[in-house]
Design a protein around this ligand. Structure first.
Ligand code: AMP
Ligand code: TRP
Length: 334
């Protein structure tokens, strides 16, 4: 069945192995399935929900775009653009914020995590960001949205908004409720320093994550230093699930080698960590170094990246501006 895919990544720097395994690797697979039409967005409007340095932001928009392309996204097959170039996202977000309910937003766990204790000081944008995300998706009639596990709740909100809009305005099926595409396995890559914490762009420790632009030496050192325990690797998933760090590292190995966790377990059961880590480091270097060097190569030609974004925005604008026009008509605007 052909799918209309939409997904986004924030240009907030430090794209890491979790972003690659949880999101970008899937973007590439979906792009390469025949019949799918895919739109991948660098969501810069989302990025400013927390304070950004303007010149850093500009750099990160290009870097995220370069990471998309270096990972295998093809701007000739997929639409690749940055959100702020297409005004319909901001406009749609306002209209949908009049459909979404406070109670729905109050349930969003990511806001609670990101705002922390001092939520009075969080930006209003951070609070309503799932509505902007809904606008992103609904403007393109996306049927499927590949994301990591942490975005599931936001996807459900998009569905609720679509359904309420259709009901309130008696316009059945006008907004398409999207399905999340969340991998069953390895949907959450954890910190290399703490198997109970998500690998994250904002972790202050560089040793918690492998960045997509790390050199081979950095990758090898980070894997060597990754937290483990003292026992040999187990021979079954049940035992493994009690050892968070081992589970995470074996998960990374399985995902990057495209094999099941079960196969990885049988490959390494009874072995000690040093033997496994050596294999893992080789694999990660094999998969990530080409991406890293391609990112660095692409970043040398800013005009090339900007052209991809501008061309992509033109195509996106054609679709989104038409949808906004229809949306306004339904609401009763002239
Ligand atoms: P973000 O870094 O929050 O902009 O996330 C971009 C995409 O990467 C989203 O689809 C996330 O769900 C996914 N993602 C982020 N961190 C991880 C992680 N540690 N493991 C798996 N997926 C992740
Ligand atoms: N909120 C997502 C994140 O932080 C990024 C995002 C914005 C997105 N708009 C989207 C993901 C639309 C999927 C579809 O990771």
């Amino acid at each position: 069945m052909s799918k209309k895919i939409f997904s986004g990544v924030q240009p907030t720097g430090n794209l890491h192995l979790g972003n690659y395994i949880g999101a970008i690797k899937n973007f590439v697979n979906l792009q390469n399935e025949p019949d799918n039409s895919c739109i991948y967005c660098v969501v810069d409007l989302h990025a400013i929900t927390v304070k950004q340095n303007p010149s850093e932001l500009k750099k990160n928009i290009r870097e995220t775009t370069a990471a998309f392309i270096a990972s295998g996204l093809d701007y000739k097959k997929s639409i690749i653009f940055n959100q702020s170039l297409v005004p319909a996202h901001s406009e749609g977000s306002w209209i949908l914020s009049c459909v979404a309910r406070m109670g729905w937003l109050n349930r969003m766990t990511q806001f609670k995590e990101k705002a922390g204790k001092d939520k009075e000081k969080a930006s209003v944008g951070l609070y309503i960001y799932p509505i902007l995300m809904a606008a992103d998706i609904l403007l393109y009639d996306a049927t499927h949205v590949p994301v990591g596990q942490d975005q599931r709740q936001h996807l459900e909100l998009s569905r609720d908004i679509a359904n309420k809009f259709n009901l309130d305005f008696n316009s059945p099926n006008f907004l398409v409720a999207p399905e999340p595409l969340i991998q069953k396995n390895f949907a959450r890559i954890m910190s290399l320093k703490d198997g109970s914490k998500k690998m994250s762009k904002s972790d202050p420790s560089e040793f918690s994550r492998i960045n997509l632009n790390d050199t081979s030496d950095q990758i090898i050192t980070k894997i060597k230093k990754a937290k483990t325990d003292n026992d040999p690797l187990p021979d079954n998933e049940n035992e493994l699930s009690k050892r968070l760090e081992a589970q995470n590292l074996l998960g990374i190995y399985s995902s990057l080698s495209d094999q099941t966790l079960k196969n990885t377990i049988s490959e390494f059961s009874g072995k000690n960590f040093s033997a496994f880590k050596e294999k893992l480091a080789n694999l990660v270097v094999d998969k990530i170094s080409p991406i890293s060097s391609e990112i660095n190569k692409l970043l040398k030609d800013e005009n090339f990246i900007d052209k991809i974004l501008n061309d992509g925005a033109e195509k996106a604008n054609e679709i989104a501006s038409k949808k906004i026009k229809d949306l306004k008509k339904i609401i009763g605007f002239k």
